[in-house]
Design a protein around this ligand. Structure first.
Ligand SMILES: NC(=O)c1ccc[n+]([C@@H]2O[C@H](COP(=O)([O-])OP(=O)(O)OC[C@H]3O[C@@H](n4cnc5c(N)ncnc54)[C@H](O)[C@@H]3O)[C@@H](O)[C@H]2O)c1
Length: 452
């Protein structure tokens, strides 16, 4: 049966949730505080880049199963289920900034009628769903809110696919055996019914376990990345090949080769903040989270090391040299630049006196806004929509994101376009190991990979 659903916050998570649930046949109203987002989505223009999103958005707009508004009350007043998908960025001390969550909870309480199921998709620290439940049900009210914790595991770049084919769905209740929780479970089972039909595992659990599952999963993946980055650094120092090491480790089914790709450090809107929030949660209850803390410092060091290595292997200085940086998004197939290693690497190169030209197939606009926000005015960085224009005249190329466009780069052409003064060889820093070193050398480059 089709349900009436409100999704509050239509960023990466909320927008996918809105169009996905609408595609299941539900009636969804997506809410965002930013009018420009609502306007664009209402006209069928996605505000983020995700494969197939345009098609899903337009199809469900046309079928009148999804609509967008800035008014929480409009969306929530007759919704049976309200999903919260607003941001939970980090505070300066690593704890989570829950101000967006608090604002939304107040708005739901003011607008929801009858009994509403409130589902938290945002990543929130342990205790938050219990707090939301107490807040919604506190004071004089004859309404009964059932709160569920339903953390999101989508991968940016594959978010639509992950929505329709998740590895698992986790749903936590205050007490899963309470009658109200059983009713809410039946409603959520109904909403997610198509996933049942594809045998998606559902994990029904408590608030605290659901909240911690999300952080545990992200911290573990961040640990794998940091581990292989440190192995890459060691391989470099002793003359071993991290690619062969990672591939061979991955042949062991207990380890798996996923997330064993060395690079300039992890970024994105999740791993950096979620590892810090997990460490902060450990501190708040006096539990040792030293492994997670080592991952955080190890990742910061990897980003710094990437810039240092470029400078060191450019003869010790990039002062007055032009460096072409390819790839600004924190990973391929997304336009998200939040916490991207490109931000700190480009900043370090600029501070070392380089002139930097940059290219990215999707993330150029966001990166430009972020660098301007950080005080790097236009003029110091040249932004290119064409990769060969970006490379032309550069003395070094740095690949920071594993876009397929760079894997298939026409290396002889790139080499020809570069500047070759007396002082420079044409260096190619392949921080993601996306290129064939022999092919790069054959084209004329001094090839510098990571851990190989
Ligand atoms: N991005 C991911 O890949 C991902 C994956 C899993 C979980 N998460 C988690 O999901 C949550 C959302 O992440 P995101 O990347 O979608 O964030 P986002 O910043 O892209 O989107 C949040 C949206 O909420 C809107 N918003 C803020 N306050 C609001 C309010 N009071 N009312 C209505 N709208 C409001 C913002 O304008 C923004 O569009 C975070 O907790 C994040 O950790 C994100």
């Amino acid at each position: 049966m089709a349900s009436k659903i409100a999704v509050i916050g239509t960023g990466y998570v909320g927008l996918i949730q809105s169009v996905g649930l609408a595609d299941f046949g539900n009636y969804v109203t997506g809410v965002d505080v930013r009018p420009e987002i609502v306007e664009r989505l209402s006209s069928g223009e996605p505000t983020i880049f995700e494969h197939d999103l345009t098609e899903y958005l337009r199809r469900n707009l046309d079928a009148r199963r999804v609509r967008f508004t800035t008014a929480v009350s409009d969306a929530v007043s007759d919704a049976e289920v309200v999903f919260i998908a607003v941001g939970t960025p980090e505070n300066g001390d690593g704890t989570s900034d829950l101000s967006q969550i608090r604002a939304v909870v107040d708005a739901i309480k003011a607008s929801a009628s009858a009994s509403t199921v409130v589902v938290t998709k945002s990543t929130v620290p342990v205790g938050t769903n219990r707090w939301i439940s107490q807040k919604l049900n506190g004071g004089e009210t004859d309404r009964r809110f059932v709160v569920a914790s339903n953390p999101e595991f989508l991968r940016e770049g594959r978010a639509i696919q992950d929505f329709f084919h998740p590895d698992r769905v986790v749903i936590g209740f205050d007490d899963p055996d309470m009658p109200a929780a059983r009713d809410a479970r039946a409603l959520l089972e109904d909403i997610y019914r198509p996933l049942y039909l594809t045998s998606t595992p559902f994990v029904w659990t408590t608030f605290e376990t659901a909240e911690l599952i999300k952080y545990a999963a992200n911290a573990f993946l961040a640990t794998k990345i940091t581990f292989i980055n440190q192995m890459a650094n060691l391989a470099e120092a002793v003359g071993a090949d991290v690619q062969t090491i990672a591939r061979t480790m991955g042949m062991d089914g207990r380890i798996s080769g996923k997330f064993l790709h060395p690079g300039p450090g992890y970024g994105g809107s999740c791993f950096p903040k979620d590892t810090k929030a997990l460490a902060a949660t450990g501190d708040s209850v006096g539990v040792d989270m030293s492994l997670v803390k080592a991952v955080i410092t190890g990742n910061d060091a990897q980003k710094a090391r990437t810039a240092e290595k470029i400078i060191r292997l450019s003869g010790g200085s990039v002062d007055d040299r032009e460096v072409a940086v390819l790839g600004l998004a924190f990973k391929a197939e997304t336009d998200d630049i939040r916490e991207s290693p490109a931000i700190s690497v480009v900043a370090a190169l600029l501070e070392a006196g380089a002139t930097v030209t940059v290219h990215d197939p999707k993330a150029l606009v966001g990166f430009r806004a972020e660098m301007e926000r950080r005080g790097f005015a236009d003029g110091r960085i040249a932004y290119h929509t064409d990769v060969f224009a970006c490379i032309t005249g550069a003395e070094a190329i740095v690949i920071l994101t594993e876009w397929n466009e760079y894997r298939n780069l026409d290396l002889p052409r790139a080499y020809t376009l570069m500047h070759r003064g007396v002082r420079s060889e044409s260096r190619l820093f392949d921080t993601r190991n996306v290129l064939d070193p022999d092919a790069a050398r054959k084209a004329g480059f001094v090839y510098i990979g990571t851990g190989r």
